[in-house]
Design a protein around this ligand. Structure first.
Ligand SMILES: NC(=O)c1ccc[n+]([C@@H]2O[C@H](COP(=O)([O-])OP(=O)(O)OC[C@H]3O[C@@H](n4cnc5c(N)ncnc54)[C@H](OP(=O)(O)O)[C@@H]3O)[C@@H](O)[C@H]2O)c1
Length: 324
C-alpha cells in the first residue's frame, strides 16, 4: 500500500483525500514508478474543479520523478532502477508510487535531480513546445507573456533571454514584476495596477508584439488580441481566470488578420520521438545554465490542499513540488 490523493467528486481543495491505495503489478506497457518528487501544476486545479472532466473516483497530478520499481510486459526502454520523470496524463501523480504508461517516461540525466525534474517536466516542456513549435520564435522578436513570475512564466523569461527574444511579462504584484525582470524579462507590467494593453503599445512604440502567450484566459483574452501586430499570433494556452467565452472570428480580422491557436502539451509530445526531442531540448537549456528551475514552494503530499489554496490565491511564484 502507498499513500495517494484520491477524489470522488469535483470541488474545492477539500475534495482531495489522502488515502492508502494498492499499486499492484504494472500491466502491459506500464512501469511502476516510486516517486521522489511530484510536480504541482495549474492544470491540476482544472481537473479538481471539474473544468477539465475526468472519470471519478480518480487521482490527480500529471508530473513526477523517481525510480522505476517494476516494468510490465513489452517495456524495454526503461529498466528497474532507472531514474525517470514524466509529464502528462493519466492523472495520478499525487502518490508515493504509481503505475504509469512507460511510453511517457523519460530517463533523467545524472545532473538533473528528482526535485528539479518534478518541477520542470511539465512547465519546461511547455515552454519548449510553445517557443519552438507552436509559435516558433527568433532572436529579436518581441512577445507578450502573461503570468511571467509563475511556474511556466519564470522558465519562459529565461528561455526567451537565451533565444535573444524580448519578452514583455505581466504579473500580479510589484514583487512578481521584479522577479520576472530578474529572470530575463525585458519589460514587466503589473497588470493589476496598469492597463497592460496600453503599456505594451507604449513599450513597442505603438507597433504591438508579434506573439502573445496567454494562459490567463477570460480576463486577458481580448486585451491580449489588442497587443498584437497585424498578422500576429495569439497563443491561448490556459485559463487561470476561467475559460475564454465564445467570441466572433471577426475579432481576428478586425485587428489585422490575426492567427489564433489553443495548444496543449500532449499534442506536441504525442510521439516518442517528439517527447524525447522536447525533453532533451529542456535538459540542454538547464544543463547549459540558460534556464534555472526555481522551486519556490515545497509541500508534503499530505498538505496538497494547502498547495492548491496557495496556487489559486496567486500566492506562489516559480515552480512548486510535493514531497511524497
Ligand atoms: N496548454 C498547455 O500545454 C499548458 C501547459 C502547462 C501550463 N499551462 C497553463 O499555463 C498556466 C501557468 O501554469 P503554472 O502551473 O505555471 O501556474 P502559475 O503560472 O504558477 O500560476 C498561475 C498564475 O496565473 C496568474 N493568474 C491570473 N489570474 C488568475 C486567477 N484568476 N486565478 C489564479 N491565478 C491567476 C497568477 O499570477 P499573477 O498573480 O502574476 O497574475 C498565478 O500565479 C496555467 O494557466 C496552465 O493551465 C498550459
Amino acid at each position: 500500500m502507498v499513500k495517494a490523493i484520491r477524489m470522488s467528486r469535483t470541488g474545492g481543495p477539500e475534495v482531495m483525500e489522502y488515502v492508502d491505495v494498492e499499486v499492484g503489478a504494472p500491466g502491459p506497457g506500464e512501469a511502476t514508478v516510486r516517486h521522489e518528487a511530484i510536480g504541482l501544476n495549474f492544470i491540476d486545479v482544472y481537473f479538481r474543479t471539474g473544468l477539465y472532466p475526468q472519470p471519478l473516483p480518480g487521482g490527480l497530478g500529471q508530473e513526477g520523478a523517481g525510480i522505476v520499481e517494476a516494468v510490465g510486459e513489452g517495456v524495454s526502454h526503461v529498466r528497474v532502477g532507472d531514474r525517470v520523470a514524466y509529464a502528462g496524463r493519466p492523472n495520478g501523480a499525487y502518490a508515493q508510487a504509481r503505475n504509469m504508461p512507460a511510453s511517457l517516461l523519460v530517463k533523467l540525466p545524472d545532473a538533473i535531480g528528482s526535485d528539479t525534474a518534478a518541477a520542470m517536466m511539465l512547465q519546461g516542456m511547455t515552454v519548449q513546445y510553445l517557443f519552438h513549435s507552436a509559435a516558433p520564435l527568433k532572436a529579436g522578436d518581441t512577445i507578450l507573456f502573461h503570468a511571467a513570475a509563475g511556474g511556466v512564466g519564470l522558465i519562459a523569461c529565461q528561455w526567451a533571454r537565451a533565444l535573444g527574444v524580448n519578452l514583455i511579462g505581466t504579473a500580479g504584484s510589484d514583487e512578481k514584476v521584479a522577479l520576472a525582470l530578474q529572470h530575463g524579462a525585458a519589460h514587466a507590467i503589473n497588470y493589476n495596477a496598469e492597463n497592460f494593453t496600453e503599456r505594451v503599445r507604449e513599450i513597442t512604440g505603438g507597433k504591438g508584439v508579434s506573439t502573445v502567450f496567454d494562459s490567463i484566459g477570460k480576463d486577458t483574452f481580448i486585451g491580449s488580441l489588442d497587443c498584437l501586430q497585424p498578422r500576429g499570433m495569439m497563443v491561448s494556452f490556459g485559463n487561470a481566470s476561467g475559460p475564454v467565452a465564445n467570441f466572433s472570428l471577426g475579432e481576428l480580422a478586425s485587428r489585422g488578420s490575426l492567427f489564433l491557436t489553443r495548444p496543449a502539451l500532449g499534442n506536441y509530445t504525442a510521439t516518442r520521438a517528439d517527447l524525447e526531442a522536447c525533453a532533451q531540448s529542456l535538459f540542454d537549456v538547464v544543463a547549459r545554465g540558460d534556464v534555472k528551475i526555481e522551486i519556490k514552494q515545497r509541500y508534503n503530499l499530505a498538505d496538497v490542499a494547502q498547495a492548491h489554496r496557495d496556487l489559486e490565491a496567486r500566492r506562489t511564484t516559480g515552480s512548486t513540488i510535493l514531497l511524497p
